[in-house]
Structure formats: C-alpha cells, structure tokens
Design a protein around this ligand. Structure first.
Ligand code: HPA
Length: 270
C-alpha cells in the first residue's frame, strides 16, 4: 500500500499534467483556506497544491504556508514533495540542474513560521537536524534514476525574504556561509511540515546563476523560461516519486508531531 502523497508546485509548476480525473478541493483550516487538486496516477491518490496560486498570484512573503500545510495534514496526507525554482551559487550546479536539497539556512524575516504561538497551542521547539525526509529523498533518487535523470544528491538552500532578488554582496556572503542555492519559499514550509509531522522533501531546479555570478541582470522571465523548459520532466519525476513512496517509512519525521487544532469547517469539492 502506498502513502497518501501531496505535491507542492513552486514557480513554474502550477498544475500536474499527469493527474487523472483531477478534482478541485477547498480545505478550510484554522489558519486559512487552501485550494488543491485531487487526482490519481497509477492507482495512487495524489494531491496537488500550487504554492503561488494559479498564475503566480501570490508573492513568496504572502503565501499562507500555515494554511497549506495544515490542509495537507487535515486531509491525512503523510508525505509531501515540493518543487522550488532556485538561483545557484555553485558553478557545478548550472541552470537546468536538479538538486535534492538536504539543508537550509533561514534568511527570511517576519514570516509566520510556526503553528505554535503560545496560548492554548503552547510553545514547541522542533528538531531540524534532518530537515528533509531521508525516505522521501531516496524515493526521489529512485524515480530520477528510473527516468535516467541526474539529480544532485544534497545541497544547502538559503531562503531569502524576497520578493526582490539578492545583491551580489549578499550572494558572496551566503556562499561563505555554505549555501549552494538561493530561493524564497522553502522556509517556513519545511519547518511547518516537520511541526505537523509530515515527511517532506524538495526538488530544486536551478533556473539561473545567482546575482553577480553571471553578467546579465536577473529577471523573473528568465526563471520562468528555464522552469518551462523542464516542466515536463519535473511533472513526471513528481508522480514517479509519489509511486515510489511507501506507507511504512523508517524515518523519524512524524515522531515530534504534536496535536494540532486545525479548525472545523466543511471542505468543498467541485
Ligand atoms: N534568487 C532567489 N530566488 C530565486 C532565484 C534567485 O536567484 N532564482 C529562482 N528563485
């Protein structure tokens, strides 16, 4: 038996081409509302959520990460594979590279990055020694190799507040800190997934060299163009990964999960 899996699509990934019989669903949570697609692939139930909304309507700092992750938990999903468009700080991770990130550095400010803000919820300090689920990461690598795709196994993602791109001085500093990739959305998503006890992994697609590492100025169009070139491959990799994920996993992702009041509310299907 497979696990119930969700895909969170980042920049350039606003739907899944492989979901059979997709149905739109709305989930109400205490933290807000999330919109998803529910469908099937090879007899597996897969949910799809576009992090930036349809048509990239939401900038990184205004995404309701808590509603999204709470909705996945409310739906009983236990495994989440996310995509992220990233800038690269490393010559060997050139545009077009797929990187399975294994660490992050948080350079965001003021985002709501916990479900637990004191009061009735209490306070928790979640362990992030292994931020990305090793079992899901193995599933991504298996799916990649069955598709004959090279995936860089490991990379440190630095999350900025955005929505602006970085300065070359920031990029030089991030490289000294040990970052390999830069993006705007993986935090707090990865943190909330762990608080909710969900297995979570991110496949990063390098869309550009980071600011100052190439002579041209950065543009969102350039990011979208590179994502569009690889969208078909990413789509396939995501669903093949979902098929690889077993229901019984030997990781520790769900061990720290705390009871979470997700709020009442009827969920709509259309
Ligand atoms: N910086 C931040 N976020 C990004 C980049 C970048 O260079 N490319 C894609 N997302």
């Amino acid at each position: 038996m497979g696990a119930s899996v969700a895909v969170i699509g980042g920049t350039g990934v606003y739907e899944s081409a492989y979901l059979e019989d997709p149905q739109k669903i709305t989930v109400e949570t205490k933290f807000g509302r999330a919109l998803l697609w529910q469908g099937r692939y090879h007899n597996r139930e897969i949910y799809f959520l576009a992090r930036h909304g349809g048509g990239h309507a939401l900038p990184p700092h205004l995404i309701n990460y808590r509603a999204n992750i709470a909705a996945l938990r409310k739906l009983g999903i236990s495994a989440v594979i996310a995509t992220a468009a990233v800038g690269s700080l490393r010559p060997e991770m050139a545009p077009g590279s797929l990187v399975l990130i294994d660490q992050f550095i948080d350079f965001t400010r003021g985002r709501r990055s916990t479900f637990f803000e004191g009061g009735p919820e209490g306070v928790i300090h979640v362990d992030l020694t292994t931020p990305y689920c090793p079992e899901l990461r193995r599933a991504v690598l298996r799916a990649g190799s069955s598709l004959g795709e090279k995936i860089v196994n490991g990379g440190c993602y630095l999350c900025t507040e955005g929505p602006r791109f970085e300065t070359p001085a920031e990029i030089r500093m991030f490289a000294q800190w040990g970052a390999d990739l830069v993006g705007m959305t993986n935090v707090p998503e990865v943190v909330l997934a762990r608080e909710a006890g969900l297995c979570y992994a991110t496949i990063a697609l390098v869309s550009n060299f980071a600011a100052g590492l190439s002579s041209a100025p950065l543009s969102h169009q350039e990011v979208l163009a590179e994502m569009a070139r690889k969208k078909g491959l990413l789509d396939r990799l995501l669903v093949e990964t979902a098929v690889e994920i077993g229901a019984e996993r030997a990781c520790h992702c769900s061990e720290g999960a705390v009871p979470l009041d997700l709020g009442e509310g009827t969920d709509e299907r259309s």
